[in-house]
Ligand binder design. Structure first.
Ligand SMILES: [Zn+2]
Length: 301
């Protein structure tokens, strides 16, 4: 179990918040005593037993206890022992679970890739043949719940584990429709799109499959701006240098990018950078030369 931090905070009458501005999921927010903050910038994670302030950085458990109990180091050690010790939970090692399921493409998936679907890709400045071959894209026709979509198979260790279908009509309310959870081999939100192709120690994290198509090998998609602990741990485990680039025109996406950066730093990833690139669109809408330039600049290509 390890240190019972929330119990400790309660017993010492330290005010904390479970939701709100500056507070990530799985974190509670506390006013940071070190930088005299009053906006709950100090995060505490009961799973990893880590304290980290958005303003002044990581804080050791012993230091936090010293601040909150107002004691010296020796007394802090005793308090930590009384509250369960230094060890963190085993759940810290959370990994994607794989089910024994063969993923089947949705009803309506065609054997060929129709002109209409290729035209859609061309309209978005993609080279259809290159994408179809590289990412093994499929297409659906007029049948089924996934009709008129480009299906992006999601591979993990060369195994098909899920898929996501991008609407090409512009009329569907659901632009991206993913394989239903019960039919996924691995839940797509527990892995990252493009991971089989990202073999270097550096990587660029973007939001969606189309962003990955644009940025190419060495980029990974989180399937939206929200991310899971499994994805964070996967990134931390496989990469030493991580660039994060979410839609710069969307403040919420930037907030999420900031949270992801902070989570990785807290875990101890050596280098994490939230990119701020001088362009006015999301990665998917860049020109090919621009994406190539950025990837080269980041030494990812
Ligand atoms: Zn602080």
């Amino acid at each position: 179990m390890g240190f019972k931090g929330i119990q400790f905070l309660e017993d010492h009458n330290i005010e904390y918040r479970q939701h709100g501005e500056n507070i990530g999921s799985e974190w509670i927010g506390i006013n940071c005593p070190r930088c005299r903050d009053y906006k709950y910038h100090l995060g505490y994670n009961e799973t990893t037993k880590s304290f980290s302030c958005w303003r002044c950085g990581k804080m050791k458990l012993i230091e936090a206890v010293q601040y909150f109990a107002n004691v010296d180091r020796k007394k802090a050690v005793k308090i930590i022992k009384d509250y369960g010790g230094f060890k963190s939970d085993a759940t810290y090692k959370r990994e994607a679970k794989e089910k024994d399921i063969d993923v089947i493409f949705p009803r309506g998936t065609l054997n060929e890739f129709p002109k209409r679907h290729k035209k859609y890709l061309e309209s978005r400045n993609f080279d259809p043949e290159y994408l179809i071959n590289t990412w093994d894209l499929k297409a659906t026709g007029h049948l089924g719940n996934y009709r008129f979509r480009i299906i992006a198979p999601i591979y993990f260790n060369n195994t098909l584990v899920s898929y996501q279908g991008r609407d090409i009509t512009g009329k569907s309310e659901i632009r991206y429709k993913t394989c239903a959870k019960e039919f996924e081999r691995i839940h797509h939100k527990h892995i990252l799109y493009g991971i089989d192709y990202a073999q270097k120690s550096s990587v660029l994290v973007v939001e969606g499959v189309t962003d990955v198509w644009r940025m190419g090998f060495g980029s990974l998609g989180t399937f939206g701006t929200s991310f899971t602990t499994e994805q964070v741990l996967l990134l931390h485990k496989h990469y030493k240098r991580i660039f994060i680039w979410f839609d710069q025109t969307d403040p919420e996406a930037q907030e999420q990018a900031h949270k992801l950066t902070y989570r990785l730093i807290t875990l101890g990833t050596k280098e994490v950078y939230q990119l701020d690139i001088d362009v006015d669109c999301d990665p998917a809408n860049l020109k090919e030369e621009e994406s190539d330039y950025i990837m080269r600049d980041l030494l990812l290509r």
